[in-house]
Design a protein around this ligand. Structure first.
Ligand code: SF4
Length: 84
């Protein structure tokens, strides 16, 4: 499998695991250079939403609530336009 197309710009490795380099490398091998389509961050991003910095690739259980929360935020922003 090819590497994840989002690897060059993925924020997960910028600050989530600075003190756990072995864990970061294991995640990179498993998801980024392996089954990236199974990555929670990949799936949220592909749904057109923002993946929070603390979303780990193996936290697919968080995806439904992240998508619902961001939908509500987007709907509220449309209902209450910024007038500043
Ligand atoms: S953490 Fe997920 S979205 Fe980021 S580069 Fe790795 S596989 Fe892609």
């Amino acid at each position: 499998m090819r590497e994840c197309e989002k690897l060059a710009k993925c924020q997960f490795f910028d600050g989530s695991l600075p003190r756990m380099p072995l864990t970061a490398e294991a995640i990179r091998q498993t998801f980024c250079l392996g089954d990236y389509t199974g990555c929670a961050r990949f799936q949220v991003d592909n749904a057109g939403k923002l993946a929070p910095p603390d979303l780990f690739p193996n936290q697919r259980g968080r995806i439904p609530s992240l998508l619902r929360t961001q939908d509500r935020t987007h709907a509220r922003q449309q209902a209450e336009p910024d007038v500043s």
